[in-house]
Design a protein around this ligand. Sequence first.
Ligand code: FE
Ligand code: FE
Ligand code: ZN
Length: 293
Amino acid sequence: MLIIGSHVNFREDQLLGSVKDIIKYGGNTFMFYTGAPQNSIRRALDDSLTIKAYHLMKEHNILLDKVVCHAPYVINLANNSDPLKYRFSQDFLRKEIDRCILLGVKYLVLHPGSAVKCEKNAALYNIIKGLNRVLASDDNIIILLETMAGKGTELGINIEELKTIIDNITYQDKIGVCLDTCHLNDSGIDINNFDLYLDQFEDKIGLDKIKCIHINDSKNEVGMHKDRHANLGFGTIGFDALIDVIYNERLSGIPKILETPYVDDMPPYKYEIAMIKNKKFNPNLIDEIIERM
Ligand code: FE
Ligand code: FE
Ligand code: ZN
């Protein structure tokens, strides 16, 4: 079954608002941040809104166990050159895990981190140490390390780095991977030859570790290490290659999440999800979104 959704808001209405958004877009799963991704200000969770969200999800066949939360960008477990910031990252990740558990959301996507001034292997070890400190044996959560583009000193930019982290996590049932097609493209992977990448992933890590896929086109050519998302079919990866990823049988049942850019301040997800369901590219998509405003 196709599990498709997009990034949605999580504001005053919290999870209920997120569900309302994805129903408007025609998806059956979604991804949210529990607050602004670039700061640590968080509103207390309101259980009555969560329960209302569950009811609405049930009505619309949205499965809670496919819903994904994204950890804030301010968390960086890779760099310990400032001990206070390294500690803050661990504490804040712990709080985000607790919020996910309260919401009943099982998947938490995390950018592995940026080494900044640390040596690469030391930085990978910092990530491992940080995750092992934060995760507890009875947590009902799976941290999904996102594949990164290789911008600046980012880590998690190839299968080997992800494998190093995963192999050293104490609770193996609490660690997984979130692929991002734009990031993979920018890191040097040809999305048009995706089965080759999956073969390598299967060989070194195992496909069972892939729990989420971010579906984005890219504004840059393969291997440019940029990380700039494009709307589906309007980038260098192209619509057909992305459709092949979305409908790849080896990835069926895994939630696919759009993080494509807004068009003139309008979320494009309703239109992109429609294109995905029809498997047909609409070259006038962006013009049509602007016209409907
Ligand atoms: Fe991300
Ligand atoms: Fe992503
Ligand atoms: Zn990105």
